[in-house]
Design a protein around this ligand. Sequence first.
Ligand SMILES: [Zn+2]
Length: 503
Amino acid sequence: MARPSVCLLASLSALLLGIAAVSRSKGLRGTESQKELRIPSQFSQEQRIAMKEALKGAIQIPTVSFSPKELNTTALAEFGEYIRKVFPTVFHTSFIRHEVIGNYSHLFTVKGSDPSMQPYMLLAHIDVVPAPDRGWDVPPFSGLERDGFIYGRGTLDNKNSLMAILQALELLLIRSYIPRRSFFIALGHDEEVSGINGAQKISALLQARGVQLAFLVDEGSFILDGFFPSLKKPFAMVSVSEKGAINLMLQVNMTPGHSSAPPKETSIGILAAAVSRLEQTPMPNMFGGGPLRTALEQLADEFPFPTNIVLNNLWLFRPLVSRLMERNYITNSLVRTTTALTMFNAGVKVNVIPPVAEAIINFRIHPAQTVQEVLKLAKDIVADDRVHFHVLDAFDPLPVSPSDDQALGYQLLRQTIQSVFPEVNIVTPGTCIGNTDSRHYLNLTTSIYRFNPLYIQPQGFSSIHGINEKISVQAYETQVKFIFEFIQNGDTDMEPVSHQHEL
Ligand SMILES: [Zn+2]
């Protein structure tokens, strides 16, 4: 089963759902010697051209995942060769170990000079969703540059991250950088269709080696610009959790018969009524406490009158805001577990009463609910014993990662955002409404952050998994710069503190 919106909704995710935000951090301070050693994130004209050309080349390799069993393995193998060619220093540095996992995924272990510092991980994925030519201004795997933008499938999801990570490391290495803190780079090859052969295997391998991560950074959220027409300025959202999901198959079995003498009810009729009840009866609105409410309150002053007053007084306006959130399908997805009817199959012949009817429902679970709770509610709504429930796959919402002053990964992201995007004043935690490979790493860390250092507007957002996906050359350069600085910021003396209680 493809999960087509794996990253699609990830950023919007962000949009509102969030816990405590905006605390003005004291920031992280490096030692004096660290500051002296710091390599400035300025690149020559030649390097800037090379970096955008490298991204274009990556886009041209059609590493498409069609389904868990149907991947373009030729392209995945070619991609492995390609990164060896464009990032030679990464592959020929004595303190970097490179391994291929699950045939096509890549794991880099970058050994820092101080083994007492806990390592972290940067995550990205090689595969992309399919992109039929129709509707695109330029062919989706051309990597063509037009009006300052590089076009193509994967320019936002997620070859930009992948290439920027390796590019930043390459540029650091050729300037003789040696990290103090070790880190891993994990590049999965099947994120769009499960991550079972990539991320999951990497995670198992590192667990067997006894690795515990200080934190992990993956894609999944952005600097959100223009998602609320009335919000004055863009703000950065770092996702600290993800919604859960269930793929549920409903099945009705009946004795087949001839259509000339039909029974009062058929499998199709019974199942259609059941799925219709599910669609007409949304899961409960969970707006009220917790993350989303706090995030809205934190952003309140950024809105003009009267929205600012409403959001600053949720004790009074909560029912109103809760209902308003339901009106738009995106904000609706933030306040409840969503119910999407995605497949319906029945019938074999025009004159035969079908023996079987099947439908698949995709639920995305709100962080305040569990798989079991949602299944129970669904059974109560269907309320028909003739409809059988088969859970195809399911997982609970992910635990919330810490975002307080002591949270190393979160604070490093905040510090780097403030340095690379000085115009962005607000950094707020959020929850992904899509899913990423990061959920396979819960065994290695309690601190998982999803953030792509890019501005995104609603139009760009819908191009992810859609048409005309593109990134501006300047935005890509900034992403490289961000990672170039982030890796150096990672050498801070600050160490993670245990956040067990948050879970
Ligand atoms: Zn992705």
